[in-house]
Ligand binder design. Structure first.
Ligand code: CMX
Length: 425
């Protein structure tokens, strides 16, 4: 048994007991209310979901199992996955054991590549990722055990096994998709001597003489790993998993949500904004020119991409982590210099504009400029990167849900007529 599984076997019974006593002692206590605005407005702020892996604090940003994300910026993504699941960072031995688990998983089978290569050349990389994961579904251990009549108390174990199998292969699958979709050539085989993030960077085939791109990939995979349970991709994964569809179905569905322009696609729009500035001024403009460009954008009725957030009310610490990386490694990049100046200038512009509740940058404001600097210039691939990272959050939340016997998701829906009758109008 892996050290991760053995640790979870020890912890989960205590979590289950805790939940049981919470429900038996306080099951009828009200924890949230919903008004009509929230009912029609995407349920913002309505507490209706359990998520123990992370929370997003309006002032402090992402907190994973009690630890602010900036404190975790130097961790390996594997450590974050262990933390998401167990609530603790792994010891050196536990980390090595998890990495060994990943390495034991066989490579992406040939039939998956055949299937992806058969798609038309203009297929979006997110579609390829979703199809690639579905093509791996036939190997689901959860589905096999379920069909054999496994007991409910065992559910989390094959979900964990599926999670590790899928996570181990995602970098190879995603990097292969990059190679195929961008016409860069055949997938590059993994290098078993590298950690998960560095191996992903290696398989993307980006020239990396100083190893900085590997560092960026590790950071990218850490920073996007989880963001509570109510965002579109996490919620979708949860809902699909609650029907006991196996993790392949659930993650593929979640990634289809991530592919939307209001969710995982925003980072490419941010880079497009910065590149437009770079092109228009043929380099890095003056502060006055940048401020004017922002006002022109706002006055034409557009939003400034990369700024504002539905929950956050401060600079997103994940932006800070990327910006720190850029200042350290990419200070000579003109595109990054524009990002860095905008960070100083835009908050005052947005405050004066007076609409956005949060005038500060979110995670998407700078990440694209760093990818661009290292030569990963295919915008439509960026959401795949986000997806590989976010799969850690989705999969750890699925393990938690099965371990806590979370039932099928089924909120009550009512129509307009019901609402009017209820309000007596
Ligand atoms: N530029 C201009 N106007 C903005 C703005 C921005 N960056 N951010 C918010 N506003 C405007 C809104 O459009 C809204 O205007 P209306 O009242 O005319 O509709 C008003 O300010 C109030 O919006 P809000 O409550 O502050 O923001 P929301 O919760 O409705 O939306 C978000 C959040 C992220 C969609 C929004 O800030 C936005 O569009 N930002 C730019 C796009 C972007 O960066 N998306 C990435 C999000 C990353 C993530 O979710 O993790």
């Amino acid at each position: 048994m892996s050290m991760l599984k053995s640790k979870l076997s020890q912890i989960i019974p205590a979590w289950q007991e805790d939940l049981k006593s919470l429900l038996s002692e306080h099951g009828d206590k009200k924890i949230s209310e919903v008004n009509l605005q929230q009912f029609y407005g995407g349920c913002r702020g309505v507490k209706g979901l359990l998520c123990d892996t992370s929370l997003v604090d309006p002032e402090k940003g992402l907190i994973i199992r009690g630890r602010p994300i900036l404190e975790l910026a130097d961790c390996l993504p594997e450590e974050i996955y262990f933390l998401l699941l167990t609530g603790e960072l792994p010891t050196k031995e536990e980390l090595k054991d998890l990495q060994e688990e990943y390495k034991k998983v066989p490579r992406v089978p040939g039939n998956v590549w055949k299937c992806l290569k058969a798609l038309p050349g203009d297929t979006h990389p997110m579609v390829m990722l979703s199809i690639g994961i579905m093509a791996l579904e036939r190997e689901s251990v959860f589905r096999q055990r379920y069909d054999e009549g496994m007991k409910k108390t065992m559910y989390w174990e094959p979900v964990l096994e599926d999670s590790i199998n899928l996570l181990a292969r995602l970098p190879e699958l995603a990097a292969g998709i990059y190679r195929i979709s961008s016409g860069k050539g055949d997938p590059i085989p993994p290098n078993k001597n590298l950690d998960w993030g560095a191996d992903y960077a290696h398989m993307l085939g980006i020239d990396d003489p100083k190893g900085e791109f590997k560092k960026l990939m590790r950071l990218y995979l850490v920073l996007h790993s989880d963001h509570e349970g109510g965002n579109v991709s996490a919620l979708t994964t949860h809902v699909v998993g609650s029907a006991l569809s196996d993790p392949y179905y659930a993650v593929s569905a979640g990634l289809n949500g991530l592919a939307g322009p209001l969710h995982g696609l925003a980072n490419q729009e941010c880079l497009a904004f910065v590149l437009e500035i770079h092109k228009k001024y043929n380099g890095v403009p003056s502060d006055e020119e940048l401020v004017k460009f922002c006002w022109d954008t706002l006055n034409s009725g557009k939003v400034i991409p990369g700024y504002g957030h539905a929950v956050l009310r401060q600079t997103d610490p994940r932006f800070t982590a990327f910006n720190n990386f850029g200042r350290k490694y990419c200070a000579d990049s003109e595109v990054f210099q524009i990002v860095d100046r905008l960070f100083i200038l835009i908050p005052d512009v947005l405050k004066e504009h007076g609409k956005a509740k949060n005038p500060y940058p979110n995670v998407d404001a700078g990440s694209g400029s760093l990818l661009y600097h290292y030569g990963l210039k295919e915008f439509n691939y960026y959401t795949v990167l986000f997806g590989i990272s976010r799969a850690m959050g989705m999969l750890s939340q699925l393990v938690m849900s099965r371990a806590m016997f979370t039932p099928i998701f089924r909120p009550k829906s009512v129509g307009r007529d019901w609402v009017k009758e209820f309000l007596g109008i």
